[in-house]
Design a protein around this ligand. Structure first.
Ligand SMILES: C[S@@+](CC[C@H](N)C(=O)[O-])C[C@H]1O[C@@H](n2cnc3c(N)ncnc32)[C@H](O)[C@@H]1O
Length: 243
């Protein structure tokens, strides 16, 4: 996905998302978090394609790596966590030549890396990876998931919420809304009609089977549609070596 669109959208992303989804995306996020927390309450988290950092904010784990390639989104994440009382460390953290921004609040730390899922490098493995409306943006889904998998512990969780293809009438209606009405609203709201048209097109690009086919070494522990049938939540657990 061309991150320039997200650079342009960054400042208005949270508001625009709430308006065009009538708040439904927030309900999806709440359902996702509730389900994930049944399995794991704290530890090290990687949130991929973080946009403005809402998913990490909701999860509130002690150590969180936020992977986001848009520099403008990164600025919003920093601002958001500073407003939550996190303090930015005044030196740059470097992992294998990739600069990262580190923020701390008591024993909690947030590390923001401006990089893609496909190319990111991390200094440690995590207990959980969250990908909320994230993976359809990857330029190369296989490479992105393979790379992230390197940084998930055995027995760790990979949670996904994504828009997927669906043949139901309601799903087709919502898809029509996303492709035809949302760009008009976005045009009036943030002057980004063409950009939202492009984002709308990406919505119909993945099926549940496409997603699951990339997780051969995982066991599905939850797979369900979320309120409207165009979004799916899939939570998987990475197999341990001897299982
Ligand atoms: C729909 S937003 C994600 C929403 C976010 N996860 C949330 O919880 O609100 C998609 C994000 O994917 C990012 N992105 C685009 N290409 C990417 C890639 N190859 N790897 C990781 N993130 C990418 C964009 O910059 C954008 O911020």
């Amino acid at each position: 996905m061309d991150v320039k669109i997200y650079d342009k959208l960054a400042k208005k992303y949270d508001l625009a998302t709430k308006i065009v989804s009538f708040g439904i995306e927030e309900v999806w996020r709440w359902m996702f978090k509730k389900e994930l927390k049944k399995h794991i309450k704290n530890g090290t988290l990687i949130d991929v394609a973080s946009a403005t950092g809402e998913m990490a904010k909701a999860m509130d784990f002690d150590t969180m790596y936020l992977i986001e390639p848009s520099s403008e989104m990164v600025k919003i994440i920093v601002e958001k966590f500073e407003n939550l009382g996190y303090k930015r460390e005044n030196f740059e953290v470097i992992f294998e030549e990739i600069p990262a921004i580190k923020l701390k609040k008591d024993k909690k730390e947030v590390i923001i890396i401006q990089e893609s899922a496909e190319n990111v490098k991390l200094p440690q493995k995590a207990d959980i990876i969250t990908a909320f409306m994230a993976i359809r943006n990857f330029d190369n889904l296989e490479k992105g998931i393979k790379n992230l998998d390197r940084y998930l512990k055995e027995g760790g969780y990979f949670g996904i919420v994504e828009m997927v293809k669906s043949e139901s009438f309601l799903a087709k209606l919502i898809m029509w809304y996303m492709e035809n009405v949302v760009p008009v609203i976005a045009g009036l709201l943030v002057g980004m009609k063409e950009e939202y048209k492009m984002l709308g097109k990406s919505i119909n690009s993945l099926s549940e089977d496409d997603i699951i086919s990339h997780f051969k070494n995982y066991k599905i522990i939850k797979k369900t549609k979320l309120i409207f049938p165009i979004a799916t939540m899939i939570i998987m657990r990475k197999n341990e070596k001897n299982s």
